[in-house]
Write a protein that binds this ligand. Sequence first.
Ligand SMILES: [Zn+2]
Length: 204
Amino acid sequence: MGKKAQLKRLQKQRSSVLRRMIKPSDNRLKTADRSQKQKKKNANSDEQKVIERPQGSSAMFFQYNTQLGPPYHILVDTNFVNFSIKNKLDIIKTMMDCLYAKCIPYITDCVVAELEKLGQKYKLALRIIKDPRFERLHCMHRGTYADDCLVQRVSQHKCYIVATNDKDLKRRIRKIPGVPIMNVALNRYVIERMPDAFEPMAKK
Ligand SMILES: [Zn+2]
């Protein structure tokens, strides 16, 4: 092999090494010099920087809900009423025994409709929730499915505690920060996710 050919090969090798060292994303390169693919990638990464998040509630001070009572506003679910009757618990009195404060139970139109649908056996439940101490909340939505209604209410207004024994509903409520859950135990109510300051009282 001639000297000239050897030199040429060496030069070729060197330039390929150099080419390998400069990345297409290197900032020494001007935009016009960049490959089309690289430009597209950059544009995409700019777009990805915009992340939309739902606005947090102003009632939340980090994880602490400042709007919670007393008096406590408690959204009551259909099965909570039924479980309470089954365990012979007076709803308002047992709530107060649980939280050591005034409690106002709230019944939505759709919960009433759900109880009405259940028929004669639940007549007692209907009579109990028509007690004037139960506040009535009117629904704007269609249908009688109460779960969605309750979830929507607690996402909008942070002043409520949700009283339910329904596993699915509890799972959904747990995803919303600042909403405690009350459920029926054997002969009392237990509260879940209450802010720390109130917890020692609720545990007794
Ligand atoms: Zn409703």
